[in-house]
Design a protein around this ligand. Structure first.
Ligand code: HEC
Length: 194
């Protein structure tokens, strides 16, 4: 992978997404253990340089990570899914967190993205994010309504967000992309159902 040039970037990206998706889907079956290993080998480092996402990490944070995390935090706060559709939202969000950890290990179009992903601490926290997502995948697959178990996952999740933000997040979002409205949550209204 390290030898693949920029012109192959698009192909590589599709390939990576496919692999990531397969890994995420097989996690429920306990597969793809390698995805949880630290990116210390040369192959992973090369891949990190070769892949560039079409949006910024700032956009990925708001559009994918923050959005999905809300559906996992909800259960730890006692806001439980009420039907199949709700459980799909939770399960999909859990997969998205697993995938998001993999996505942000590569740069997007943001001005600082390339520098961030080169930091070992960034890579560690991104990998940790995927690991927390895996825990949520298991709970969602079991349709667990164990609030304490969800809260434990939520606590690890928020600690992960905050640790990375403390180290890397600029005060003003690099691309001006801010967290969207979470009015329902801030008003204490369930995230599920309309
Ligand atoms: C590996 C590092 C890392 C992790 C883990 C991480 N973030 Fe971020 N996050 C950042 C950085 C860096 C930015 C700033 C991006 C920019 O401005 O270009 C950011 C920006 C954001 C933003 C948009 C900026 C804003 O002020 O509104 C939101 C929302 C956000 N993160 C939510 C989360 C949540 C929720 C989690 C955990 C579930 C999380 N992030 C985990 C690094 C991380």
């Amino acid at each position: 992978m390290a030898l693949i040039g920029q012109e192959k970037g698009e192909h590589l990206m599709k390939h990576a997404v496919t692999i990531a998706t397969i890994c995420a889907l097989s996690l429920a079956l306990g597969g793809c253990q390698r995805a949880s290993e630290p990116a210390t080998d040369a192959t992973s480092a090369g891949a990190a340089e070769a892949i560039t996402w079409p949006v910024s990490i700032n956009a990925a944070m708001v559009g994918m990570i923050d959005h999905s995390a809300d559906y996992l935090f909800a259960l730890g706060n006692g806001d439980m899914p009420r039907n199949e559709n709700d459980w799909h939202l939770v399960g999909n969000s859990a997969y998205e967190i697993v995938l998001a950890g993999a996505v942000i290990r590569h740069p997007g179009t943001g001005p600082f993205d390339a520098a961030w992903v080169k930091e070992p601490e960034w890579q560690r926290l991104a990998q940790e994010l995927s690991g927390i997502g895996e825990e949520a995948v298991k709970l969602a697959a079991a349709k667990s309504t164990d609030e304490a178990a969800w809260r434990a996952v939520g606590d690890r999740l928020i600690a992960n967000c905050l640790e990375c933000h403390k180290q890397f997040k600029p005060e003003i979002p690099s691309e001006g992309i801010l967290r969207g409205s979470t009015e329902r949550q801030s008003r204490g209204i369930s995230i599920f159902g309309y």
